[in-house]
Design a protein. Structure first.
Length: 143
């Protein structure tokens, strides 16, 4: 992370997650091996993102605020995991994912294909928002 920097490491991890989600979305009907490879990529992406996110979260805190900041960061991570699982369940059980066939690559697994590709698009949008907002921040600091 020190050689690449926080921003590059986060962008690489986001790209790894997006590629994993795309593989899961397009290739999950082919073989279980594709699902395992996709989930491995997604997990690796999250693992690489944790360090830079942690560093960014606590880098601006004073020494006496460090414990609270670490606790809040961990709480946010656990809460986002729980919300992600809940939203996944809602999406998989909703009629929207069964009736909208934008990404329906396979009839049997259309709900899962739609969900994985929806998550890939969501991750891509989040990455773009992060990149644009950090670019604007760098420009403001330069002025």
């Amino acid at each position: 992370m020190n050689k690449l920097g926080i921003k590059r490491t986060l962008l690489i991890s986001a790209a790894t997650i997006i590629v994993g989600l795309m593989i899961a979305g397009f290739c999950s009907a082919e073989s279980v091996s594709y699902v395992i490879a996709a989930l491995t990529l997604i997990t690796v992406g999250y693992a690489f993102a944790y360090g830079p996110l942690f560093t960014g979260a606590i880098s601006t805190l004073n020494q006496n605020e460090m414990g609270t900041g670490i606790g809040l960061f961990n709480f946010t991570c656990y809460l986002s995991n729980a919300l992600g699982i809940s939203l996944s369940g809602i999406l998989l059980n909703s009629n929207i994912s069964k009736t909208i066939h934008i990404f329906n690559v396979n009839e049997k697994l259309g709900v899962y294909t739609n969900a994985f590709l929806f998550f890939a698009i969501t991750a891509l949008i989040g990455t773009i928002v992060y990149y644009v907002s950090t670019r604007k921040q760098v420009k403001l600091e330069a002025e």
